[in-house]
Design a protein around this ligand. Structure first.
Ligand code: ADP
Ligand code: MG
Length: 706
């Protein structure tokens, strides 16, 4: 894009946002909608009709022909079905452009093929989508800008009201954390804030590779990651890519990505090169939780779409290349009131500090009590390659607080006296005011999965490809539970100050084990965590079972976030997703090894044999030892490859038929090791075989020639 653009002008130009609504909706309608958005009140049918009409008119001015209820089924991706605005032709053969309130509020996609984990049998397969009016509608334009589709963010439920998507539980969890946070704030004398909303900022990592090379890698095409591939002579050891100058081709791509995102109201803010060659990051400015989740989906989609236009391929997989850093996303999370107070901000006065300390210790308690759930929320087939692999956080959940704050907690726990004494009606926390946790003061510990960074927590386990809905559902709910438990105690307390103090101390002492400020990548931490009794759940399939533990179900049911049936269905879906993904990987490996790699190696081996024979024919004294050595080496590896291939084929044929936990465990325990065994000789061969004969681009080609 060569012409000059005004970011301020284009930002949000494709969004039916507050400014547009204020301008276009009748005052009364606007007010009613705001009430719905702010207080979660139900929308009147007549009001919905007015909104739908204006939305349609606005969208048509932007070139819209269709509308779509946009939703997030449990596939991890987004789903959409387009309906045009046209009415049935009249007797004169003409049509009208129509869109009713009913169509805006509720949709009925025939979505029976989405995973429901047994929640829906096919005879009652129809689910419905319901408008999430707290996330604004927008239009997505065709590349020439002439046509567009109106997108309406929705939640997706079954007819009996069960959640079939990511958004429904997210909205429910936001309600839970709102209620409990307000309860807590009221106890501290805050009477003005009406609502507390989680704020979320998601940093997204991704790789870019040349599209033509990508297309020659069937493993990338089929599975999103390389199933074979020897390490290039140069990796990321020089750290010369990290925050390095952004190359022109990439910069041009980023420019287009930003522009598209800005138009859709996504506040893309930072971009830089990441640690690995070919790896980059994009982060927007944080937004209300559900909007941030929607925007992250738009970011992933836009990255892929724009890459395509630039003849690039965007890889969102957590581990596209073995031996090279993988990708994740950081989920920055805080709680903010409608009047702008971030309750994860320590504040300036001792009074604020005490509330902050309670909030903080409640969060530590929540994370300690439900470490397994938090871990599960970041589990994904691809993420199994990252977590615990000394590049991403370990699979063990712990919280990093930074030295200052850890010291405060330690004082609270140790110096019980100071912590208990009430002086001059004021509470002593051991430190009269907490130090100002300037952002830079909180030392950045990159190895911690859950780090306090000044006024927010940063959950760093999430996989790059995954929706951030699940981690936020868990964070919102587990913290709501601890707030609720704290409020139960404090609301009954006779001496509030003393009770708060005791509670902070109790939570801090009981859950101190979850705090770890050291190097999360070290082996000592693994041992230390075990000693502390912290769970170390290494794989996705092992993490899933906590979804249906009694204490999990109890908590989610208590806060109306998930029913037992919904949790069971989610566990089923995860097992299935795992099995399907590994099955595709295994079959792709078999295909590539037998049709491409083995034939190429045979060709190479034959060329060596021919060379030996020809050289010998030409000269009785010429040395052929090099060819002979290579011939023996590659022929041996060829044999190993063929054997490993046969072993993988055998194990794939033995996979239990019925989908579910048993099958997923079989894939993890039997198929994955067989895949690794096949990869090994092939990667060794790649280092030997003539590059011109190797059937696909190498890591070096993919990572350094973009
Ligand atoms: P980094 O972690 O890479 O240094 P930042 O800390 O500046 O980057 O921001 C990372 C993300 O956290 C951004 O999306 C930012 O908008 C978001 N963020 C900043 N403050 C908050 C907050 N209070 N709550 C939630 N997210 C926040
Ligand atoms: Mg960060």
């Amino acid at each position: 894009m060569s012409e000059w653009i005004s970011v301020a002008e284009i930002f949000g130009e494709n969004v039916f946002n507050d400014a547009v609504m204020q301008e276009r909706l009748p005052k009364k309608t606007y007010k009613e909608l705001k009430k719905t958005i702010e207080e979660g009140k139900e929308l009147q049918a007549a009001t919905a009709d007015v909104i739908a009409h204006e939305m349609k008119e606005w969208a048509i001015e932007k070139g819209a022909t269709h509308y779509s209820h946009w939703f997030q089924p449990l596939t991890g991706a987004t789903a959409e079905k387009h309906d045009s605005f046209i009415s049935a032709p009249k007797s004169d053969g003409k049509i009208l452009m129509e869109f009713s309130g009913k169509e805006l509020i509720k949709g009925e996609p025939d979505a029976s093929s989405f995973p429901s984990g047994g929640l829906r049998s096919t005879f009652e397969a129809r689910g419905y989508t319901a408008w999430d009016c707290t996330s604004p509608a927008f239009v997505k334009k065709s590349p020439d800008g002439k046509r567009s589709i109106l997108y309406i963010p929705t939640a997706f439920c079954s007819y009996t009201g069960e959640a079939l998507d990511q958004k429904t539980p997210l909205l429910r969890s936001m309600e839970a954390i709102n209620k409990q946070s307000i309860r807590l704030l009221r106890l501290f004398g805050n009477t003005t804030s009406q609502k507390v909303t989680p704020s979320v900022g998601v940093e997204q990592e991704y790789f870019l590779v040349d599209r033509e090379k990508y297309l020659k890698r069937k493993d990338l095409v089929f599975t999103g990651r390389t199933l074979f591939g020897a390490n290039p002579p140069k990796g990321q050891e020089l750290d010369d890519h990290y925050f390095g100058a952004i190359r022109e081709r990439i910069a041009a791509f980023m420019t287009d990505v930003n522009e598209e995102l800005w138009k859709m109201g996504v506040s893309a803010k930072t971009q830089h090169n990441e640690v690995a060659p070919g790896q980059h990051e994009l982060a927007p400015i944080y937004a209300q939780c559900n909007v941030a989740v929607d925007h992250n989906q738009l970011i992933m989609e836009t990255l892929k779409k724009v890459a395509y236009r630039h003849n690039l391929q965007c890889l969102l997989h957590e581990k596209p290349f073995e031996g090279v850093n993988g990708s994740g996303k950081h989920n920055n999370w805080s709680l903010v009131t409608d009047d702008g107070i971030n309750i994860l901000d320590p504040g300036k006065t001792p009074h604020d500090n005490i509330q902050f300390l309670l909030v903080l210790t409640c969060i530590l308690r929540a994370v300690d009590l439900h470490a397994d759930l938090l871990r599960e929320s970041a589990s994904d087939v691809g993420n199994d390659h990252r977590l615990g692999a000394n590049e991403a956080p370990p699979a063990i959940i712990s919280a990093y607080l930074g030295e200052q704050l850890e010291d405060v907690l330690a004082q609270l726990i140790d110096t019980g006296e100071a912590a208990h004494s009430l002086k001059g009606g004021k509470l002593h926390t051991g430190v009269s005011t907490l130090p100002d946790f300037a952002k830079d003061a909180t030392d950045r510990n990159r190895t911690s999965p859950f780090a306090f960074t000044g006024n927010k927590f940063e959950f760093r386990m999430v996989g790059s490809r995954d929706s951030v809905a699940a981690p936020n559902v868990v964070l919102n709910t587990i913290v709501a539970e601890s707030f609720s438990d704290a409020c139960d105690v404090l609301e009954k307390a006779e001496d509030f100050d003393l009770a708060v103090h005791d509670l902070i101390k109790e939570y801090a002492s009981k859950h101190q084990r979850i705090v770890f400020n050291g190097n999360g990548y070290s082996d000592e931490w693994v041992k230390e965590a075990e000693r502390r009794g912290l769970p170390n759940i290494k794989t996705m399939v092992e993490s899933v079972e906590c979804l249906t533990y009694d204490n999990t179900v109890e908590m989610f049911e208590k806060f109306d976030v998930f029913s037992r049936a919904e949790l069971e269905s989610r566990a089923e879906i995860k097992y299935e997703a795992y099995s399907k993904a590994i099955n595709i990987e295994a079959r792709s490996m078999i295909d590539i090894a037998s049709k491409h790699i083995i034939p190429a190696v045979i060709q190479y081996v034959t060329s060596l044999a021919n060379s030996i024979n020809q050289v010998k024919q030409a000269s009785a004294v010429a040395y052929t030892g090099v060819q002979e050595e290579l011939l023996v080496q590659s022929a041996d590896l060829l044999k190993d490859t063929k054997e490993a291939l046969r072993a993988l084929e055998t194990v794939v044929a033995e996979v239990p038929e019925t989908e579910g936990k048993e099958q997923a465990f079989f894939f993890m325990q039997k198929v994955v090791p067989a895949m690794e065994a096949l990869r090994k000789p092939v990667d060794e061969l790649e280092m030997i075989v003539n590059k011109n004969m190797w059937p696909m681009p190498s890591y070096g080609d993919l990572l350094f020639e973009v």
